[in-house]
Design a protein around this ligand. Structure first.
Ligand SMILES: N=CN[C@@H](CCC(=O)O)C(=O)O
Ligand SMILES: [Zn+2]
Length: 408
């Protein structure tokens, strides 16, 4: 496979502790991975040479929380919310009905459209969830469709109690027949632990069953108000707890404490969702100050956050959550990779460090620009990552490489 040299990089954000943030840099990609990183003046020869002309280069975004397998539209619900109505978990049911009625082809086309949109906006790896099927057959086809395009797939059968079901009986379906059908196709299990969705005992039942099936754990927690989601995620060693808009000091300390002496639970903040539901912004600044590991993701879904723009989320995290640009970029790249257990290479036949399905072939790490990492990067039409927040809303993506191939 031909080697590509990108030279003339004005500012290179590597997320690598040794390499840091470099000026006048160059890198070489070969066979889908980064082969060399260093000063432009020391760059080796390659088959193809690209001049970045002083632009900034950074890892592609790693969007670790999306819901992209769905049909239907919730514009009216959004309008009502902007007119003052509160978001309620029950809105999920509208998308469930439309998703069940859609053909496989329509669902796959919808996913492809959003995945292409992600790529055009600099996202080179993404997770997506089931959760709009809520029958064994509908969840299974969502997982299969997702697996054809996403880098990681999460089983979210416990998204909402479907109409006509008793909550505890539905949980038994999720942890029984549904989990058995989906486990071979997914990396993780998730539960919406919130008033109007699943309570603490039901959430625990779902997560413990997922863990017994060898899956990594995720929790939608503390989104609409204080609740048991974060404590449960920490107690059970979840890979991530997502939303975290309502956290007390103990919960912040608890999340930070999970990183003392090993892998912990990533706090994934979803700034576009907080804005679109008119909820308080998650306390990302407090989390970082306490020593927690934070990821930023879009939570792209038709109800609470219909955006694929990680750049928008990064700008919001800087302008409204108090992160520096460097912290926000790290959370939206390496933070996402950590949440997905992909921040280190995964040898063939072994599981990613957070659990999940054994990798069929070796998987290079995501979220960093360093030798051996997957060659996923974006070139900005700007001299520095600072422009992501300094010029909010401006489409700054100049070029994208994914697995070493030019994608944009
Ligand atoms: N909170 C639960 N699930 C989604 C919302 C899904 C929907 O409203 O369709 C979320 O992450 O915000
Ligand atoms: Zn979500």
């Amino acid at each position: 496979m031909a080697a590509t040299l990108i030279t003339g990089i004005g500012e290179l954000t590597t997320n690598d502790d040794g390499l840091g943030r470099m000026r006048d840099a160059a890198l070489v990609m070969e066979a889908g991975v980064i082969a060399w990183v260093g000063e432009a003046s020391a760059a080796p020869a390659a088959d193809e040479r690209v001049d970045a002309a002083g632009r900034a280069v950074l890892p592609g975004w790693v969007d670790s929380h999306t819901h992209l397998v769905f049909a239907g539209d919730r514009t009216a619900e959004f309008e009502a919310r902007m007119a003052g109505e509160a978001y309620a978990a029950g809105g999920i049911g509208v998308t469930v009905a439309a998703t069940r009625a859609a053909t496989d082809e329509a669902l796959a086309e919808g996913l492809d459209r959003l995945a292409d949109e992600l790529l055009r906006s600099g996202t080179t790896a993404f997770e997506t969830k089931t959760g709009y099927g809520l029958t064994v057959a509908d969840e299974l086809r969502s997982a299969r469709i997702a697996a054809a395009r996403a880098d990681a797939v999460t089983f979210l059968g416990a998204h909402l109690v479907p109409e006509g079901w008793d909550a505890d009986a539905y949980v038994e379906l999720v942890v029984g027949e549904m989990l058995a059908a989906l486990a071979p196709h997914v990396d993780a299990i998730d539960v919406f632990c919130e008033r109007g969705a699943f309570d603490e005992a039901q959430s625990r039942r779902v997560l413990e069953a997922g863990r017994a099936a060898g899956l990594a754990l995720r929790v939608h927690g503390n989104q609409l108000g204080p609740g048991p989601g974060v404590r449960l995620a920490v107690e059970l060693g979840a890979a991530s707890v997502d939303h975290v808009a309502f956290l007390d000091d103990d919960e912040v300390r608890m999340l930070a404490g999970t990183w003392q002496g090993g892998r912990g639970t990533v706090a994934t903040v979803l700034p576009a969702c907080d804005l679109s539901t008119r909820m308080p912004l998650a306390p990302a600044r407090r989390l970082l100050d306490a020593g927690a590991v934070v990821a930023i993701a879009t939570n792209c879904n038709p109800g609470t956050s219909y955006t694929t723009s990680m750049a928008f989320c990064v700008a919001t995290a800087v302008l409204q959550m108090g992160l520096t640009v460097e912290e926000a970029v790290r959370a939206a790249t390496l933070g996402g990779a950590i949440a997905l257990g992909r921040d280190e290479p995964v040898p063939a036949g072994s599981r990613p460090p957070i659990g999940g399905q054994p990798a069929a072939s070796a998987l290079p790490d995501l979220g960093r620009i360093r030798p051996g990492a997957r060659a996923d990067l974006q070139v900005l039409d700007a001299p520095s990552i600072t422009h992501l927040a300094y010029r909010p809303g401006v489409p700054l993506v100049h070029a994208v490489w994914r697995r070493g191939a030019r994608a944009v």
